[in-house]
Design a protein around this ligand. Structure first.
Ligand SMILES: [Zn+2]
Length: 210
């Protein structure tokens, strides 16, 4: 079993970008949180994309090799979508970009969802609400919430404010939802502080040599 001592990173402010960030270099060595099936299951649970109950039922039903194979598909999907985001970020998406999303639409067409009327969670509102569930019949179904997150990213996110962290060795992406769109770092803890320390060192050096 792969040991991943560092928890997966969720700093993108957009689930589709969090998925792209499931491979990153938080310290010195690249970590791929979905390098195998076990990693994919853990990441999906941590992201909240698949209910823990559904994951437990699937674990009992399918083999490690089957999950490994789906993790491979998830990584291919991730790298394909990363190139799309890398190319398009910094400007709004245009109608002409839709053609390139055909593989995503092919995947979405395989989704197995169903509706359900459930008791409403909020007091005072209607007694019931409509919920969309997924049938988790095959390991492949684990790709569906990911595909949904990527689709929502393309449909709902203004790509003008999709950014790559400015950390020199950082590969993390995020959606800048700050007022003024001045966000520069994946997180202060990872790259922001590193940049502050570097700037501080530079100032000290300049002062010394002045
Ligand atoms: Zn960063």
């Amino acid at each position: 079993m792969d040991f991943r001592p560092i928890p997966a990173i969720f700093v993108a402010d957009a689930p589709g970008l969090d998925f792209l960030n499931s491979v990153a270099t938080p310290v010195d060595v690249p970590v791929d949180w979905i390098a195998d099936g076990e990693g994919l299951l853990a990441w999906l649970e941590r992201s909240g994309m698949v209910p823990a109950r559904a994951l437990a039922a699937m674990r009992a039903q399918f083999t490690a090799a089957e999950f490994d194979s789906i993790a491979g598909e998830a990584r291919a999907l991730r790298e394909w979508f990363r190139s799309f985001v890398g190319e398009k970020k910094g400007r709004p998406l245009a109608r002409g970009d839709l053609r390139e999303l055909a593989p995503l639409n092919d995947l979405l067409a395989r989704d197995d969802r169903y509706g359900e009327v459930v008791a409403s969670g909020s007091d005072g509102a209607a007694a019931f609400e409509y919920r969309v569930n997924r049938r988790w019949k095959t390991p492949e179904s684990l790709l569906m919430p990911i595909a949904e997150a990527l689709a929502k990213l393309a449909c709902e996110e203004d790509f003008t404010h999709v950014k790559a962290c400015e950390g020199p060795k950082c590969t993390l992406l995020f959606a800048d939802h700050t007022r003024g769109h001045a966000r520069r770092w994946c997180s202060m803890a990872i790259c922001g502080n590193r940049a502050k320390v570097a700037a501080h060192r530079k100032r000290l050096k300049e002062r010394e040599s002045a």
